[in-house]
Write a protein that binds this ligand. Structure first.
Ligand SMILES: O=C(O)[C@H](O)COP(=O)(O)O
Length: 238
């Protein structure tokens, strides 16, 4: 093993709890999600993990999860980079909708296609929608044409791949130990890249909230194995 990389999906959020499509909406952690974040940090510390740099998105549910985990690791001094390309997938006009009500309105199959179809984009938000990110201060440095009104998983994978190529992989090659606190679909995208999972196959990959996923990589950053740490909140997933 040459490198170890830890991926951590944020703890359960208020809208996860309410079963609402969240996407780029900046919702906070639910109390349960705060507990999950503490459990993740304690599991990492118990397993002896230390990091050189952390990456996260510009959404508070991931940032706060990282802060809590670093506090448990006694590494709050760690350099942290917030990169919009690690944001959750933008869910377009579905953001804010209850997933069950949406299925009742459009049918289970349509919602399944929107949620887990690889190249399918939900309906886009209008440019005057509060869910259109252009004009929000946190995206001031992002060219307007890059800011989505909706995204497929394919779109999300493309921006995560760019972040991997220009930032994450070079850090690993330089021997730095990375902790990445992000979102269900941006991490599914990273896992897809690492494990070379097919466009159809990725539908079966789900990542639990608040459970550290450890990747052991060879010198060429190819995965040798991956595993979840056991946390107080969750036994290792299969
Ligand atoms: O953005 C959201 O709604 C969730 O974080 C991910 O939702 P999904 O599991 O339906 O893609």
């Amino acid at each position: 093993m040459q490198h170890r990389l830890v991926l951590l999906r944020h703890g359960k959020s208020e809208w996860n709890r309410q079963n609402r499509f969240t996407g780029w909406h900046d919702v906070d952690l639910a109390d349960e999600g705060v507990s999950e974040a503490h459990g993740a940090g304690r599991a990492l510390r118990a397993a002896g993990f230390q990091f050189d740099i952390a990456y996260t998105s510009v959404l508070k549910r991931a940032i706060r999860t990282l802060w809590i985990a670093l506090d448990e690791l006694d590494q709050v001094w760690l350099p942290v980079v917030r990169d919009w390309r690690l944001n959750e997938r933008h869910y377009g006009a579905l953001q804010g909708l209850d997933k069950a009500e949406t299925a009742a309105k459009y049918g289970d199959e349509q919602v399944r296609l929107w949620r887990r179809g690889f190249a399918i984009q939900p309906p886009a938000v209008a440019e005057d929608s509060p869910y259109y990110p252009a004009g929000q201060a946190r995206y001031a440095g992002v060219p307007r044409e890059r800011l989505p009104r909706t995204e497929s998983l394919k779109d999300t994978v493309a921006r995560v791949a760019e972040c991997w190529d220009d930032t994450l992989a070079p850090q690993l090659r330089d021997g730095r130990r990375l902790l990445i606190a992000a979102h269900g679909n941006s991490l599914r995208g990273l896992v897809k890249l690492l494990d070379r999972i097919g466009d159809e196959e990725i539908e079966k990959t789900e990542i639990p909230t608040g459970v550290p996923l450890v990747y052991e990589l060879d010198a060429e950053l190819r995965p040798l194995r991956h595993y979840y740490l056991e946390t107080e909140a969750a036994a290792p997933a299969d």
